[in-house]
Design a protein around this ligand. Structure first.
Ligand SMILES: NC(=O)c1ccc[n+]([C@@H]2O[C@H](COP(=O)([O-])OP(=O)(O)OC[C@H]3O[C@@H](n4cnc5c(N)ncnc54)[C@H](O)[C@@H]3O)[C@@H](O)[C@H]2O)c1
Length: 404
């Protein structure tokens, strides 16, 4: 049977990085058959792809896809509009790989998991930060079992940039980046912690901090909190604290995992391509001579592909997303970030924001694999995101505007 992934790319800005990534792969394994973007300058980035037809609207893209056997769609459209398009693609018989976030409201979280179960289509989240080579080295160490009982994990995702960068990334007044509260872009800080420890969030409370610098550019970015930090109880008994996206004066992202026998974290500065491992004298495993060491990633542990991944985007993460989607869609190997983990992260961000708006109130994160828990939130469509005319937002984008 022909198991080639015939992929349609929806959104050609971030999507264009994956177009290049996929063009470097074996065409019998995965190929792009169609690309859709409503902005001509973005669609141009897909020019010259062998066999791919370009479309400015989703309907004609999907219809054409159906006619040529497109069997999967990569969603790289606006951050807060993934779930409705994921549902349309799955209803059309296609598998879905979605950029973050999986869903923008609790109602959408419910609709998305119900659609996956109803249609039997495959769905994965393209959360790439867990698969950077150094995070995978941390995973190798956790799997070695020498850290003892895991006590806490910390994740921090920083995306600093110039004012020009911020303007370019926020191309119009009601663009999602201008209205997104700080908790919402959670997957790059939280995803690695879930992947490293195999855990799921159960409860969340959160706080946000105002930025005077961002207030100065409020004319085009009304979301003027500088950061938010969420605190979670995880289902493996540990605690986890992490940011959403923090945009201030810090230039790297950090992950740290602490057990009762040892800890591991990303190195920085002179150790920026290494991870740091620490044991107490009495907790050192057999054969370990030093308590405090920096390690280069052990590429052999993850196989030949780990060496190739080093040449790809986001520290190797983009390589593994494409590999995971081929392994899943063509070979049935279920990836870590399935629909349940995807919506668990979205729900953490959504409820984390309500917590910020209410002085750290604690929220239980629904288990979306259980229909009785879905029913409790199936009508909850509160959102901070306005439509293209500026209407429809039901939550403030910044803690300065009031409480939930
Ligand atoms: N994982 C990562 O490392 C990473 C990096 C950058 C962006 N992203 C994610 O990628 C997604 C896209 O972000 P971006 O940076 O490309 O910016 P963006 O959201 O502004 O771009 C989205 C693109 O999709 C197109 N689009 C949106 N709705 C459409 C529609 N209905 N019909 C046709 N075209 C449509 C837009 O024209 C635009 O070119 C977001 O979810 C973002 O979070 C992820």
């Amino acid at each position: 049977m022909d198991d080639t992934v015939r992929l349609g790319m929806f959104g050609a800005w971030r999507g264009s990085a994956y177009l290049r990534e996929i063009a470097s792969r074996d065409r019998d394994e995965i190929r792009i058959v169609a690309v859709c973007d409503k902005q001509a300058d973005k669609l141009e980035r897909a020019q010259g792809l062998e066999d791919a037809r370009l479309f400015p609207d989703f309907d004609s893209f999907l219809e054409y896809g159906r006619s040529v056997g497109m069997n999967a769609v990569f969603l790289a459209n606006y951050f807060h509009q993934h779930a409705p398009f994921a549902i349309r693609a799955m209803e059309a018989g296609m598998d879905v790989v979605s950029e973050c976030t999986a869903a923008a409201t609790l109602k959408e979280c419910v609709e998305l998991v119900r659609c996956v179960e109803r249609t039997g289509r495959k769905y994965m989240l393209a959360e790439n930060y867990p698969f950077s080579t150094r995070n995978m080295e941390m995973k190798r160490i956790v799997e070695g079992g020498t850290l003892g009982s895991l006590l806490y994990a910390e994740g921090e995702y920083n995306h600093s940039g110039t004012l020009e960068d911020l303007r370019e990334l926020t191309p119009f007044r009601y663009h999602w980046r201008a209205w997104m509260p700080r908790t919402y872009y959670v997957t790059h800080a939280m995803g690695p912690l879930m992947y490293l420890t195999g855990s799921m969030p159960k409860y969340v409370s959160a706080r946000a901090a105002h930025s005077a610098l961002l207030e100065e550019i409020r004319d085009f970015r009304p979301n003027d909190d500088g950061m938010a930090r969420m605190f979670c109880e995880m289902d493996n008994g540990m605690t986890a604290s992490f940011t959403g996206c923090t945009a201030q004066a810090s230039d790297y992202s950090r992950y740290r995992l602490v057990g009762d026998r040892g800890s591991v974290e990303l190195g920085y500065a002179d150790h920026a391509d290494e991870v740091r491992l620490f044991y107490e004298e009495y907790t050192k495993p057999a054969g370990v001579t030093e308590r405090d060491v920096y390690l280069k990633p052990d590429l052999d542990y993850w196989g030949e592909a780990a060496k190739e991944a080093l040449n790809h985007g986001h520290g190797g993460g983009d390589y593994w997303i494409v590999q995971n989607l081929v392994d899943y869609f063509a070979r049935g190997k279920v990836p870590f970030f399935d629909v349940y983990k995807g919506v668990a992260m979205s729900a953490t961000a959504i409820l984390g924001w309500r917590s910020c708006l209410n002085h750290g109130e604690n929220f239980r994160i629904p288990d979306f694999s259980r229909e009785e828990e879905r029913r409790l939130v199936e009508s909850d469509d509160l959102t901070p995101f306005p439509d293209e005319n500026g209407a429809g937002a039901t939550l403030p984008p910044s803690t300065r505007y009031g409480k939930y």
